[in-house]
Design a binder for this molecule. Structure first.
Ligand code: MTE
Length: 322
């Protein structure tokens, strides 16, 4: 067990861009708390982290042709180094706090420009979807990345089942708002509930995934259980977690990060090594889980998915519409 600690310490300690919001003090306090709590729990139980956070296996998963061949980031990193401000602003906060979230039963409200609005039970939604394993690289705006074997289904299929009207130009997603379960919502770090949005053609692209699990198991709460979005060619903040509402709209929806700092977080948020964030370069990224001596990786245009998505932005200035 002891030899797990130095590696955990290392990746947390070298986090760049903690200036994602003005929460430095909070982050280091919660990091200390996380290190203390997780090491105490693990030492007391004698369990490896992967055993502690194991969820239920998901059956009948198809392999996807959209998966990268790259080696996935170890489970321990994917599930302990998280951004989920509803559970705190430190990377180690979500794994410690997200157990408060009750994810079953879970319903999703479908509204706006659709032929079939309603409140749907997630179990019923899932009965109509083909689950796939898709190994995607998640590139965070903070200039780190990880490769995750997500499990999910195509958002396009779900949208077709909602029967969009001809006025549906955008999709808005909303996270649960419940400060009792999500104590981070008691602080004004973001305007709650967290919202995100996609243009309709982005939402209908076959790469866009609604994820319900990872590493063959149900989604751990800290990663956005029971339903989250994954848009692999965009910065990680577009991948909204714990979704309770999907609304099809005629006008571009407001999004949480854009509202809090519009100069820093655009609506499109396409991964683009040529357009720096106002406070740091986006040309390279740190690989989560790699040793301190591993060099940073060059960031790829559209996170490596240009062939499938570059045509969506033909004729658009990606510097202006960042
Ligand atoms: N969704 C909600 N509701 N709240 C959040 O704070 N953080 C975003 C995104 N989705 C966030 C969210 C950011 S900044 C990133 S990088 C990814 O989730 C992180 O996903 P992961 O923790 O599974 O790696």
């Amino acid at each position: 067990m002891r030899n797990k600690q130095p590696s955990l310490l290392t990746y947390n300690d070298v986090t760049p861009k903690e200036d994602f919001d003005n929460s430095r003090a909070l982050i280091s306090a919660s990091r200390r708390q996380f290190m203390l709590q997780s090491s105490t729990v693990m030492l007391a139980s004698g369990l490896a982290p992967s055993t502690l956070w194991a969820g239920n296996k998901i059956e009948n998963i198809k392999k996807s042709m959209y998966s990268t061949k790259e080696k996935p980031t170890p489970y321990e990193y994917v599930t302990t180094y998280n951004n989920f401000y509803e559970f705190g602003t430190g990377k180690g906060d979500p794994v410690v706090n997200a157990h408060r979230l009750k994810t079953k039963p879970w319903s999703v409200t479908v509204e706006g420009e659709v032929g079939k609005p309603g409140v749907y039970d997630l179990e019923d939604i899932l009965k109509r979807q083909q689950l796939e394993e898709r190994i995607y690289r998640l590139r965070c705006v903070e200039a780190w990345s990880m490769v995750v074997p997500w499990i999910g289904f195509s958002l396009a299929e779900l949208i077709k089942q909602m029967e969009p009207t001809s006025k549906a130009k955008y999709v808005e997603f909303t996270t649960l708002y419940d400060p009792e379960q999500m104590p981070g919502q008691n602080r004004r770090t973001l305007k709650w509930p967290y919202t995100e949005g996609l243009r309709m053609d982005e939402a209908m692209n076959p790469l866009t995934l609604m994820a319900t699990g990872l590493y063959g198991e149900e989604m751990p709460n800290q990663n956005g259980a029971p339903l989250r979005l994954i848009v692999p060619w965009k910065y990680g903040f577009k991948s909204i977690k714990s979704i309770v509402k999907i609304r099809l709209t005629e006008h571009m929806p407001k999004t949480s990060w854009n509202e809090v700092a519009s100069r820093e977080y655009g609506f499109y948020a396409n991964v683009n090594p040529q357009v720096p964030h106002p406070r740091w370069s986006q040309s390279r990224e740190r690989i989560i889980g790699a040793s301190l001596f591993t060099p940073k990786r060059d960031t790829e245009m559209f996170n490596g998915y240009g062939e499938q998505v570059a045509s969506l932005y033909k004729g658009m200035s990606l510097r202006r519409f960042f």
